[in-house]
Write a protein that binds this ligand. Structure first.
Ligand SMILES: *[C@@H]1O[C@H](CO)[C@@H](O)[C@H](O)[C@H]1NC(C)=O
Ligand SMILES: *[C@@H]1O[C@H](CO)[C@@H](O)[C@H](O)[C@H]1NC(C)=O
Ligand SMILES: *[C@@H]1O[C@H](CO)[C@@H](O)[C@H](O)[C@H]1NC(C)=O
Ligand SMILES: *[C@@H]1O[C@H](CO)[C@@H](O)[C@H](O)[C@H]1NC(C)=O
Ligand SMILES: *[C@@H]1O[C@H](CO)[C@@H](O)[C@H](O)[C@H]1NC(C)=O
Ligand SMILES: *[C@@H]1O[C@H](CO)[C@@H](O)[C@H](O)[C@H]1NC(C)=O
Length: 378
């Protein structure tokens, strides 16, 4: 008698469980779609307007498929509230990142007017670029970095440079005008003194989003979707439970490694902080705040002594420079002349005019060409 009751209870329980499960699966009725010949899937939180139901996407994540001359040539279009239309190149649902491009192939121009407020997107990292307007006649040459072709014409050369050193160099040496300084979204963390290699001619803009956060669900192999459209509530459907238990174990293992590591680094930071406090006679509240905000200590250049210790040489009549070097100074782009003084960086043997490389090394520790550190211990 008692056994029977338990069995009925279990049966009811399983029935109820499966009912909930199937209703959850039924709620998720938004198969991924694509637009044009691009291979990426469009699915939650994104919604392709006209192809999917309203409740398949989250607010602010509506995409459209441009009506190209043929469906093959169609492009996925994202309209940013204050910045206009971009083409979507790629979406990473695991990292919540989206790659965009400018339909007219002049991303730099769009970046000068980019305004992400009122959109769910933000920049993963930001790097400041100085936009310079140089008279092509003053320049007399085409710089081998930073030229924005789509903003330049025969008379004026527009440069976008992330290094304050190079921007001020161009302003003082070639009377370039600063148009404005623009914070540009970049896909990995960079510092301004990392050099001038970052090129805005690549028609690629990477943005990320934080809400809705489907990362845990994606990681568990589930499908993220709306539970309630009016409340914009999200849920995770069809989780692969077997997989997730494996991941849980991996997570526990990684936690057991990262927690002690974190505590250890906290300990180190704390002891450093204490030492700072002792050094600055008690009031370290500001300095500790600064270190928390700026975990990467901004790099300073090499000491004068170190710079002077690097090999210097006077060019002979042959103007031949040894090592992996051209007959042109990579910094000022002028040809070497007899009797000019060059300085070479020991690690990589790259040489420059001494008067060009010395100011650089006072502000940077790395070779401007290969970005090797000349003196790892200096
Ligand atoms: C976007 O661009 C970055 C940088 O070029 C690249 O590493 C990434 O794979 C691209 N795709 C996504 C979805 O982020
Ligand atoms: C971005 O656009 C919003 C709304 O139009 C405006 O209020 C805001 O000032 C703009 N921000 C910048 C930096 O232009
Ligand atoms: C650069 O300056 C010239 C005149 O000095 C101006 O006509 C041109 O529009 C400027 N270009 C940009 C992109 O600001
Ligand atoms: C969604 O939320 C709204 C407002 O809270 C509620 O009125 C509605 O019944 C909910 N819909 C479903 C399907 O649960
Ligand atoms: C530390 O500085 C803050 C403000 O900068 C001040 O209010 C506080 O009294 C100072 N503490 C000591 C111990 O000097
Ligand atoms: C702390 O920083 C604030 C704002 O940056 C400044 O006004 C104040 O003088 C600083 N205090 C000390 C003790 O450095």
């Amino acid at each position: 008698m008692c056994e029977l009751r338990v069995n009925t209870f279990l049966l009811l329980f399983f029935f109820f469980f499966f009912f909930i499960l199937t209703s959850l699966i039924a709620a998720q009725n938004c198969p991924p779609v694509t637009c044009g010949s691009k291979s990426f899937n469009i699915r939650f939180p994104f919604l392709l307007q006209g192809n999917q139901n309203q409740d398949c996407g989250y607010h602010g994540f509506h995409l459209s498929c441009s009506s190209g001359s043929s469906s093959f040539l169609s492009e996925t279009v994202l309209k940013l509230p204050n910045s206009g239309d971009f083409f979507v190149r790629d979406i990473s649902y695991a990292k919540q990142r989206i790659n965009l491009s400018d339909p007219r192939n002049c991303l730099a121009k769009r970046l000068m007017r980019l305004n992400l407020s009122d959109s769910p997107y933000s920049a993963a990292y930001v790097l400041n670029f100085m936009f310079l307007n140089c008279s092509s006649r003053n320049l007399g040459f085409r710089p081998n970095f930073g030229v924005i072709d789509c903003l330049s014409d025969g008379k004026n050369t527009v440069l976008a440079i992330s290094s304050t050193f190079w921007a001020s160099y161009m302003i003082s040496s070639y009377s370039c005008m600063l148009i404005e300084t623009v914070p540009v979204p970049v896909s990995w963390p960079m510092k301004e003194d990392d050099g001038y290699i970052v090129d805005l001619n690549d028609n690629k803009l990477q943005l990320s989003w934080g809400t809705p956060d489907c990362r845990d669900c994606e990681e568990d192999g589930g499908t993220c979707g709306l539970l309630n459209y009016t409340r914009q509530e999200i849920g995770c459907f069809n989780k692969k439970t077997g997989d997730s238990s494996g991941r849980k174990i991996a997570r526990i293992v990684s936690l057991s490694i990262t927690v002690p590591a974190l505590m250890c680094s906290f300990g180190i930071a704390f002891s450093r902080c204490c030492r700072n406090r002792e050094g600055s006679e008690g009031n370290g509240s500001n300095s500790s705040e600064q270190t928390a905000l700026q975990p990467t200590v901004s790099m300073v250049g090499l000491s004068e002594e170190t710079i002077q210790s690097f090999k210097k040489m006077e060019l002979g009549q042959s103007r031949r420079v040894t090592g992996p070097n051209d007959i042109v100074c990579p910094i000022c782009l002028s040809e070497y002349l007899p009797k000019e003084i060059l300085r070479c960086i020991p690690e990589c043997n790259h040489c420059f005019h001494a008067e060009c490389i010395d100011p650089w090394l006072r502000m940077n520790r790395k070779c401007p060409l290969c970005r090797n550190s000349p003196c790892p211990n200096a």
